[in-house]
Design a protein around this ligand. Structure first.
Ligand SMILES: Nc1ncnc2c1ncn2[C@@H]1O[C@H](COP(=O)(O)OP(=O)(O)O)[C@@H](O)[C@H]1O
Ligand SMILES: [Mg+2]
Length: 178
């Protein structure tokens, strides 16, 4: 019997806070470093930035002998293979995870920057966990806090829903940010 993967979404009301970046970094970390079976579902239409990133990787591979050698080595030495990145509409996001071939431990979803758009809120509620990046910006803070409180209300009212928790985390902090 297939085990159920853990579904994790990065979501926020605002764009440009690091959802796609953090998705790519964490998917790579858990896949290549921790050896978990990871898949990524890119629902961020029309940008599809993660899918585009994979497209750029493939172009680099075609052009560069150095990357081709690295790729062959990765193939031969039994290292963890690249994880799939599939695109989806936000409405079909949770559903698509059941259709991915293979047993995954962890599926990351890069959702669009607005939860008001059709299907995004429903999708978010079918995740196991939501992580919301925040940056030091009043608009981002306000919309993120209101998003978190809406989601927490939903969790409180729907104990049967898959969603267990939502967490905010700081992104794009540097030494100049006080
Ligand atoms: N932790 C970080 N450190 C430095 N740059 C970052 C970090 N997170 C995101 N960025 C940059 O910020 C920009 C927006 O990030 P992105 O992941 O595309 O946001 P979103 O997917 O939420 O719209 C990109 O140029 C990205 O490279
Ligand atoms: Mg993005």
């Amino acid at each position: 019997m297939n085990k159920r993967p853990i579904l994790v979404a990065f979501s926020n009301q605002k764009g440009g806070v690091g959802k796609s970046t953090v998705t790519a970094v964490l998917a790579s970390y858990f896949n290549y470093v921790k050896g978990l079976k990871v898949a990524v579902v890119d629902c961020d239409y029309p940008q599809f930035s993660l899918e585009k990133l994979r497209g750029r990787d493939l172009k680099n591979l075609e052009k560069s002998e150095y990357h081709q050698r690295l790729f062959c080595r990765q193939f031969e030495d039994g290292s963890r293979k690249a994880y799939p990145i599939v695109t989806s509409t936000p409405e079909a996001a949770a559903e698509i995870s059941g259709k991915l071939e293979g047993d995954y431990d962890l599926i990351f979803f890069d959702l669009p920057g607005t939860v008001n758009s059709r299907g995004v809120f429903e999708s978010v509620m079918n995740m196991d966990f939501i992580f919301t990046p925040i940056v030091k910006d009043r608009m981002v803070m306000q919309s993120s806090l209101s998003f978190v409180s809406t989601v927490q209300d939903f969790i409180g009212q729907h104990p049967e829903a898959p969603l267990k928790d939502i967490r905010l985390f700081w992104n794009r902090m540097d030494s100049r940010t006080s």
